[in-house]
Design a protein around this ligand. Sequence first.
Ligand code: SF4
Length: 332
Amino acid sequence: MRSKPDLISEKVYVKPRHTRPLLGVSACLSGKPVRFDKGHKKNKYILNDLSRYMDFVEMCPELEAGFGVPRPAMQLRKQQDEIRLVFSKQPDVDITQQMTQYAENRLAQLADLDGFIFKSNSPSCGVFRVPVVVHKDGIRERTGTGIFAQLFQQNYPLIPVEEEGRLNDPALRENFFERVYAYRRWKGIESAGQNVQALIEFHAQHKFMLMARGSEYYQQLGRMVSGTTKKDLQHRRNAYIKRFMEVMQIVSKPGRQVNVLQHIMGYLKKTISSADKQELLSVFEAYRNKQTPLITPVTLLSHHLRINPQNYIVNQHYLNPYPEQLALRSTL
Ligand code: SF4
C-alpha cells in the first residue's frame, strides 16, 4: 500500500495574513520528495531567494488527491475531444474525476493566495504547453494545461500564475512579481471597503506601470473608471480589475519603458540641470540599447526625485513595484 508521507501539511502554514505575499507552490519545487518516483525538483530561487520575502502554501495535487508516493506516472491524453488525466502505462484508467474532486475541495482554501508558482510540464501542475498524447501511437502535442492548474485558473482568474522554468527569464520574472504585488495592492483597497475614490487612486497610482505596457491601456482603463458612481461601483470594479490584470500580463518592451522614464523626467525639467538631463537621457539610451539594466535609469531618476520630490511621482508604484531586494530589474 502506498503511504502518504508526513511531508505536506493539510494546513496552510503561513505567517499572519498581509505581512508578506502568500504564494502557492508545487511542493516538489520546494524540495519535498513527492513526485511519482519519490524524487523532487528543488528550485533554489524559490527556496533561497523568494522565501526571504514571501510565504508559501506548498501542495502536491497528485499526492493530496490520494495517489500516494510512489505512484504510477500520469499523463494527459486526448480522448474523444476531451483532455483526460490517465496513468501513462494504463491509459484506460481515467483518473480525471479523482483529481477534479480533490481540486474542488482544495481550491476553496486558496482564495487568500497572491500568486502561484507551478511545476512545468506536469499533467497536474503545468500551466503552459504541457504534453498531451493525441494518438494511440503516443504522438504528443504540447498544447495542454495540468488539470489542477487549469481548475485553479478557472476559479481564480485574477491570481497571477507562473511556472518555475519561466522565472529564469528576467522579463517574465519581473512581470510575474509586478502582478503579484499589484494584485496585493488591489486586495488591500478591496478589503478597505467599497469606495469610488480608492478605485480612482488605484488607477492613477498605476499610471506608469500601465504606460510601460502601452499608453493606450492606461487610457482604456481610465475610461472604465471615469464617471464611476456608488451605484455602479461594484460592476465597474469587477470589470476594471479583470482588464487590469490582463494588461499587466503584457511584458513591457524597452522602448515603452524609455517612454515612461522620459515622462517621469519631464516632472524634473524645472529642477535639474542640463547636465543632469543629458546624463539621464544617455542612461535611458544605454538601457534601450541593452548596455545597462533597467535598475540603472530607475535608480538615477529616483535619486533626483529624492532631492526634488514630486508629489505625483511619489505615489506612483512604477519606481517601487516590489521590494528592491528582489533585484528584478538588475539583469540585462
Ligand atoms: S508537479 Fe505537482 S503533482 Fe507533480 S509532484 Fe510536483 S507538486 Fe506533485
